[in-house]
Design a protein around this ligand. Structure first.
Ligand code: ZN
Ligand code: MN
Length: 148
């Protein structure tokens, strides 16, 4: 039995690699995409292990869970305050430069019986690839005779 193969150290190693791979990208990948990245270095890791460890990392505050847009949950290793823009076409999420936005949380809390614990804010847009795809589609739709 190898010392490095105890369940505890295997978990630590897996979780460390997941965090490392997530820190390497700024694409806000889904668990499936992170699985693809991690598997290149740890071929025997399972999708379930990746899912489980991402949730643990999120509970530890080391990664952010990005829900919303109706798509798959995405993850972000950049945990300091920043905003996101989500593509309405393909669902990709990009970082925005830090913005000065004042959210009147106390005012919001005063208007409800809910205990307000936070807020979510996400900008919506169309990414460059989806813009290009839409432009190409529009060009294709132009009737033959109309083209110059
Ligand atoms: Zn897009
Ligand atoms: Mn981000």
């Amino acid at each position: 039995m190898q010392l490095l193969d105890t369940p505890k150290s295997r978990t630590t190693k897996q979780r460390g690699l997941i965090l490392e791979e997530l820190r390497r990208v700024d694409t806000h990948p889904t668990a499936d995409e992170i699985f693809g990245l991690v598997r290149r270095k740890m071929p025997r890791i399972s999708l379930g292990t990746v899912y489980r460890n991402l949730e643990v990392l999120a509970e530890q505050g080391l990664v952010l869970r990005l829900d919303g847009g109706g798509g798959q949950r995405r993850f972000d290793a950049r945990t300091e305050d920043h905003y996101h823009v989500r593509c309405l076409g393909c669902g990709r999420v990009a970082d925005l430069p830090s913005l000065s936005i004042e959210i009147p949380e106390r005012e919001a809390a005063a208007g409800t019986d809910f205990q307000v614990v936070g807020f979510g804010l996400e900008f919506l847009g169309i990414c460059p690839e989806c813009q290009a795809a839409a432009a190409a589609l529009a060009a294709d739709d132009t009737p033959e005779g109309v083209k110059e």
